[in-house]
Write a protein that binds this ligand. Structure first.
Ligand code: ATP
Ligand code: MG
Length: 334
């Protein structure tokens, strides 16, 4: 089986963009691939963070993996910082990655612009840590939303560069992972602006529907989300980005194609459509939330899953680290 790895940052609580762009796809492909899914807590500290919230956000994300349908008997689930090899490989890869490659990263430029003076070296180095996450496990495929495509391209470049610098006798050290992308839900937009991505780290909670939002919150957020003054509910990405995004969300949560959803909603008023969308979201999220709250009530099961996951992941990771350090010329320990 091909191996898939993917992660979510505990920079906040997961939203429906994370669900549609990542978790749902992980679950759909769970039997097809060998999977490693992790909560990338080391990535989350690349932006200003509150130590009081990190552990809860991390466990919440892991519990949501399970609640959304990731089955620990089929997939390995763990917390990134529990596998020390991520940091070790990151350093080794830092030393072969040209700064110019990182300076071109759009996510860095965008996040750095928001932060002004206090941008950390960690934020700049984020894509190299991501490369470590992926190359450590010799992943074949990485399911990512459109926002991560540029980073994945960089991971491929780093892999190639390492192989050409250190691959012995034409033998490659790292695989070159390929992206696994879904079209219509690979970029869910914010509720307050149809042209910017829905994000966990946006300070405005009303810009997103969180997977854990209770029904009245979902209702309130949909009620006050940005709309337009055109008639009917149709897809028009350029002229009506908000409408297109909401229709897309509606289609995804009712298992319809965009064209099918459009056929149903074309003649509707905003009021009618919002009611339909709200009901669909609430109904879809309810069983996930119930499962989630069960998992968080008694955390020993969750922690056991994470412990076993990190042990298995470490065993794969150590093999890669051994190979990499050997190629680079380090003295071995045995
Ligand atoms: P942050 O704002 O902290 O970057 P985020 O919401 O972008 O948070 P990530 O943890 O960076 O979430 O990404 C987790 C996964 O969810 C990735 O696979 C990413 O591609 C996907 N993803 C993130 N935002 C969206 C979105 N708006 N639509 C679809 N997929 C998304
Ligand atoms: Mg992100």
């Amino acid at each position: 089986k091909l191996r898939v790895v993917s992660g979510v940052q505990p920079t906040g609580y997961l939203h429906i963009g994370n669900y549609l762009g990542a978790l749902r796809q992980w679950v759909l492909n769970q039997d097809k691939y060998e999977n490693l899914f992790f909560v990338v807590d080391l990535h989350a500290i690349t932006v200003p963070q509150d130590p009081k919230g990190l552990a809860d956000a991390t466990l919440s994300a892991a519990a949501l993996f399970l609640a959304c349908g990731i089955d620990p008997s089929k997939s390995t689930i763990f917390i990134q910082s529990h596998v020390k090899a991520h940091v070790e490989l990151c350093w080794l890869l830092n030393c072969i990655t040209p700064m110019g490659w990182l300076e071109r990263m759009i996510q860095f430029k965008e996040k750095a612009r928001k932060q002004g003076e206090n941008v950390s070296v960690g934020l700049f180095d984020y894509p190299v840590l991501m490369a470590s996450d992926i190359l450590l496990y010799q992943a074949d495929l990485v399911p990512v939303g459109e926002d991560q495509q540029q980073h994945l391209e960089l991971v491929r470049s780093i892999s190639k560069r390492f192989n050409s610098l250190y691959g012995k006798k034409k033998k490659v050290v790292f695989k070159e992972p390929k992206p696994l992308i879904q079209d219509s839900t690979s970029r869910i937009m914010a509720l307050d602006d149809g042209t910017s991505k829905m994000s966990k780290s946006s300070p405005n909670d009303n810009s997103r529907i969180n997977i854990l939002d209770p029904p009245d919150t979902v209702k309130r957020k949909i009620q006050r989300c940005k709309t337009d003054s055109f008639m009917g509910i149709v897809s028009d990405p350029v002229g009506r980005p908000e409408c297109t995004n909401l229709l897309n969300i509606y289609a995804a949560f009712t298992d319809q194609s965009l064209a099918q959803a459009e056929a149903t909603c074309r003649e509707m008023s905003w009021g009618q459509f919002k009611k339909l969308l709200t009901d669909a979201l609430i109904a879809y999220l309810e069983p996930i939330q119930t499962k989630y709250h069960e998992l968080r009530k008694e955390e020993s099961y969750l922690k056991q899953v994470l412990k076993e996951g990190s042990e298995y992941a470490s065993s794969i990771a150590q093999e890669t680290i051994g190979k990499v350090k050997d190629c680079m010329g380090f003295v071995g320990t045995d």
